[in-house]
Design a protein around this ligand. Structure first.
Ligand SMILES: [Mn+2]
Length: 394
C-alpha cells in the first residue's frame, strides 16, 4: 500500500468515525470526556515531575501532623537557621514541629543567635526524648551524638555535607552548597514566598506568602557563618540566596547576632594567648594557663592566627587536670590535625586530631609526665614538641 493510499484509508476511517459520532451524541460526549481526562492526567503528571524540591518537601511536611526537626550535636547558626526555617514552613501547613539537638549550644555567637531570634530548642540525650514519629534531619545526614541515634530513620534529610545518610521519603543533599541555609532559602523562593522587612510585616493585612524577617535573618546569618561571610566554600547559589533574603533581613538583629558581647574570660584568655605567645618563624605556641571555660581556647587560637606573619598556632590551656590543645593553620606545610596527633603520640591516655586547618586534643596533666623514656616532660618540653611537630620533625 502506497503512502497516498494509507492517508486515504486513515482519512476514510476518520470520516466514518465522525459520522458515527454524529449519529451517537452520547458516544461523542464520552470521547470528549475521555480526551479531557487524559489531557488533565498528562498535565498533572508533567506538573508532578516538574515539582521543585521545595514543593516536594513542603507537601511532605503538610502530610504530617507533627515532625521533629533534628540539628547536629552542638548546632551552629547554619543548622539552627534551617531548623527555624522548617518550623516556619511547617506552621503554614498546620504541621507542628519541635526543634531538637544533642550536645550544648556554646560559643557566644551561637547563644546570641538563639536569644536574639527567640528560638526554642530542645536538648536531647536519648532518641526516646523525641516525641514525634517523623524526623527531619538538617545540616547533617546521619543522626549522631545521642544514645540510640542509629535507630532513628529520618523521614527527610536536607543537608550539604558528604555522606550516605538518606531520608525514607525525601533526600536533598547538595555537597556543592556552601550552607544548608542556601537550600532552605531556595525552597521558600520556589514556593513563592516574599521576604518582608519588620516594618513591612507590621503593615501587612495578611502574612500569607510573606517570609518572616526572623527566618530571613536567620538564614542569611546561617549562610554568612558557614561561608566566612561569603568568602570561603561558596557557590553562586549562596549569593543568589543572600540576594533573595536581603529585603527581609532585620539589620538590628543581624548585628546583635554577628557581634555578640564577649564574656570577660574569653577576652582575657585571648589577651593571655597574645601576651604569652612564643613565635618561631611562622609558627606560634601559647600557654594560657588555667581557664574555666574551654570554649575560650579555640577562640584564642583563632585570634592568634590572625597575627601578621603567623600561619599556624597551637594554644594550650588547663582545666580540671586536663590540658586542652587547640590548633589553627593556614599553612599548607602544616596539617594541624596530624601535627597535634604527632605531638601527643607518646603520651598515654591522650587524644588529638582534626583537619588540615583545624585541630584539637586533650592530655591529662598526670600523663603528660609519661612522655619519652626518661620520666616525663615539662610544659616547656611539650611546647618544644609542638614546634617540632609543626616543622614536620616528629
Ligand atoms: Mn552547614
Amino acid at each position: 500500500m502506497g503512502s497516498v493510499d494509507a492517508v486515504r484509508t486513515v482519512g476514510g476511517n476518520l470520516d466514518s468515525l465522525a459520522s458515527t459520532l454524529r449519529e451517537e451524541p452520547l458516544l461523542a460526549a464520552g470521547v470528549v470526556v475521555a480526551v479531557l481526562v487524559l489531557a488533565g492526567a498528562g498535565v498533572a503528571l508533567v506538573r508532578y515531575l516538574r515539582r521543585t524540591p521545595g514543593q516536594q518537601f513542603a507537601r511532605l511536611l503538610g502530610d504530617q501532623e507533627a515532625v521533629g526537626v533534628l540539628m547536629h550535636p552542638g548546632p551552629d547558626p547554619d543548622a539552627m537557621s534551617c531548623a527555624l526555617a522548617i518550623g516556619a514552613l511547617a506552621q503554614r501547613q498546620d504541621t507542628e514541629t519541635t526543634l531538637y539537638h544533642a550536645g550544648q549550644i556554646r560559643h557566644q555567637e551561637n547563644r546570641a543567635f538563639q536569644t536574639v531570634l527567640d528560638a526554642t530548642f530542645e536538648q536531647i540525650e536519648h532518641a526516646g526524648e523525641i516525641t514525634e514519629h517523623e524526623i527531619v534531619l538538617v545540616d547533617h545526614n546521619r543522626p549522631r551524638g545521642f544514645s540510640d541515634a542509629e535507630a532513628v530513620e529520618p523521614l527527610a534529610v536536607v543537608d550539604h555535607h558528604p555522606g550516605v545518610g538518606t531520608g525514607r521519603k525525601f533526600t536533598d543533599v547538595r555537597t556543592d552548597a556552601g550552607a544548608c541555609a542556601t537550600i532552605l532559602s531556595e525552597y521558600f523562593e520556589s514556593l513563592g514566598y516574599t521576604p518582608v522587612s519588620p516594618d513591612e510585616l507590621a503593615d501587612l493585612d495578611s502574612t500569607r506568602g510573606a517570609l518572616d524577617p526572623q527566618v530571613s535573618t536567620a538564614l542569611l546569618y546561617g549562610i554568612q557563618s558557614d561561608t566566612k561571610n561569603l568568602t570561603n566554600g561558596c557557590s553562586p547559589a549562596e549569593f543568589e540566596a543572600a540576594s533573595y533574603l536581603y529585603d527581609g533581613v532585620d539589620e538590628g538583629k543581624l548585628d546583635r547576632i554577628a557581634n555578640p558581647d564577649m564574656d570577660a574570660e574569653s577576652l582575657d584568655v585571648k589577651a593571655r594567648a597574645i601576651l604569652e605567645r612564643e613565635i618561631r618563624s611562622a609558627f606560634a605556641v601559647s600557654d594560657v594557663g588555667r581557664v574555666s571555660n574551654v570554649d575560650a581556647i579555640p577562640q584564642a587560637a583563632e585570634e592568634l592566627r590572625r597575627l601578621e606573619g603567623v600561619n599556624a598556632v597551637v594554644v594550650l590551656a588547663e582545666k580540671d587536670g586536663v590540658i586542652h590543645l587547640s590548633g589553627r593553620s593556614n599553612d599548607d606545610r602544616v596539617h594541624m590535625g596530624k601535627t597535634l596527633e604527632a605531638a601527643v603520640e607518646d603520651v598515654p591516655m591522650s587524644s588529638a586530631g582534626g583537619h588540615a586547618r583545624m585541630g584539637g586534643g586533650q592530655i591529662s596533666t598526670e600523663h603528660l609526665e609519661g612522655i619519652g623514656p626518661g620520666g616525663g616532660v615539662t610544659r616547656q618540653r611539650f611546647k618544644e614538641r609542638l614546634f617540632a611537630a609543626m616543622n614536620g620533625e616528629l
